[in-house]
Design a protein around this ligand. Structure first.
Ligand code: ATP
Length: 433
């Protein structure tokens, strides 16, 4: 990267049902243009005219059903066409889900004495090891559904590489139109619960409680909205599929009442899940081929992406936002940590009593210089004891802590006072370069 002269604009002719796989470098722009035919990026059609900027660091496939001529302008780390894709299988899966949505809508329109399951559209959960293409399949299923006028709910349980907001969160948002190639998932009204760490093992009980809260809120929203109930959900999960990770997948299937489990790229996981849900009626566990185009990302890369996601929250995808710096007195805010509180030492307990740690206990945290560079979430809770059951309004990034003057300096994406004085601490950090 850096210094290499950009190649001249070039054309690429794609056969029907093939894709051009492209990796964009972190620091050089790329744009693509449809010259002839039709093509889509992960379920979203390229506009018939005009250049589309592809964000830095993107790894994408431009797929065509009927053939296309593309023009590329800019630098890529790699670009190659492929005719071997699982897209036909994926779109067939979409067609089955679509039929289920139509059935749910028709049942709801008929009215009468109906069971909830009759008016409930598909609740799809996509599972598989890391880099099996889960997020990508979710995007495609959502964009194809939205293109047909459905408004499915996207639920992202991946706290490591989530696609809705910053890492460390589980969140949901309705998808009302195909996902924008440049802007990604719309952020107007996401429902976000803050876990605060990139891996669930730090406090799996809190992760489970937050899933429950999110599911409860969605259930409430669906009960008043037949349209989104019929459209259903597409749920993205973590790539951790062994041990505790597997247990959390089962927990997610149950919590969100998933009725379609799509397993990407791992026979063993498919078999395990199939056996595990066997006794439950009406859950289909389907094995799907993974795409060879999915790009492998090592842990260093993942760590980097996490930090970019945090930066993006404050500075915008194209570095086009200016965050606002602000100062509060320590006394103006209360910072809490959910769980992770160390259990009482044995010496502090009555003789014979066993120390019991409540893993979801709320712990008040003193503001200290350790907080510099970390992210704090702003809770919608009115009282501290509501924090775990409340979603969050947004995030701030601590840039300085002045112990002497008892002042905390932070940046936020919007100007003005904090919408709440209750903040949640996290282990998520980002260092301004
Ligand atoms: P994780 O569990 O680690 O979050 P995942 O299973 O959700 O990963 P994705 O995020 O869908 O995997 O895919 C990994 C990367 O590969 C992404 O950057 C995605 O854009 C890219 N990718 C997916 N499919 C293709 C393809 N057909 N061609 C090129 N790149 C692709």
């Amino acid at each position: 990267a850096g210094g290499a002269a950009a190649p001249p604009p070039r054309q690429c002719v794609l056969d029907p049902r093939s894709e051009l796989r492209v990796e964009v470098p972190p620091d050089a722009p790329l744009r693509v243009r449809l010259v002839a035919g039709t093509a889509e990026i992960f379920g979203t059609e390229l506009p018939p005219e005009g250049w589309v900027p592809i964000p830095p660091r993107s790894k994408i496939a431009i797929f065509t059903w009927h053939g296309a001529t593309l023009e590329l302008d800019g630098v890529t780390e790699s670009e190659y066409p492929s005719e071997e894709t699982p897209m036909v299988i994926y779109v067939n899966t979409h067609a089955i889900l679509d039929a289920r949505r139509a059935r749910a809508r028709a049942a709801a329109a008929q009215g009468g004495d109906l069971e909830a399951s009759q008016v409930q559209g598909p609740r799809v959960i996509v599972v598989g090891p890391t880099d099996s293409g889960k997020s990508t399949l979710c995007k495609m299923l959502l964009s194809w559904a939205a293109k047909l006028g459905w408004k499915p709910t996207y639920v992202d349980l991946d706290i490591g590489q989530g696609s809705i907001t910053i890492p460390g969160c589980i969140s949901a948002t309705p998808i009302e139109k195909p996902i924008d190639i440049v802007d990604g998932i719309p952020l107007e009204m996401p429902l976000v619960y803050f876990y605060g760490h990139p891996t669930p093992s730090i406090n799996a009980d809190v992760y489970k409680v937050l899933m429950k809260e999110l599911a409860k809120t969605l259930e409430r929203q669906f009960s008043g909205n037949a349209e989104s109930r019929a459209a259903g959900m597409v749920i993205n999960t973590m790539g951790w599929v062994e041990g505790l990770g597997y247990e959390l997948l089962l927990n997610a299937i149950e919590t969100f009442k998933a009725n379609v489990v799509l397993v990407l790229g791992q026979e063993k996981l498919w078999k395990m899940l199939k056996d595990a849900v066997q006794s439950k009626p009406n859950i289909d566990v389907v094995k799907l081929q993974k795409s060879e185009g999915v790009v492998l990302r090592n842990s260093k890369y993942r760590q980097k992406t996490r930090s970019f996601r945090i930066k993006e929250y404050f500075y915008g995808i194209a570095n086009d936002l200016a965050p606002h710096s602000n100062i509060v007195n320590f006394s103006d805010v209360s910072v809490y940590r959910i769980g992770g509180g160390h259990q009482a030492p044995r010496s502090a307990l009555p003789i014979g009593a066993e120390p019991v740690a409540d893993p979801t206990r709320l712990v008040a945290v003193n503001i200290s210089t350790d907080m510099i560079h970390t992210v704090l979430a702003i809770s919608y809770a009115k009282e501290p004891d509501e924090i775990i059951s409340s979603n969050v309004a947004g995030f701030i990034h601590v840039t300085d802590v002045d112990i002497q003057r008892k002042k905390l300096t932070y940046i936020a994406p919007c100007p003005g006072d904090l919408p709440s004085r209750l903040l949640i601490a996290s282990s998520l950090t980002w260092y301004e370069a």
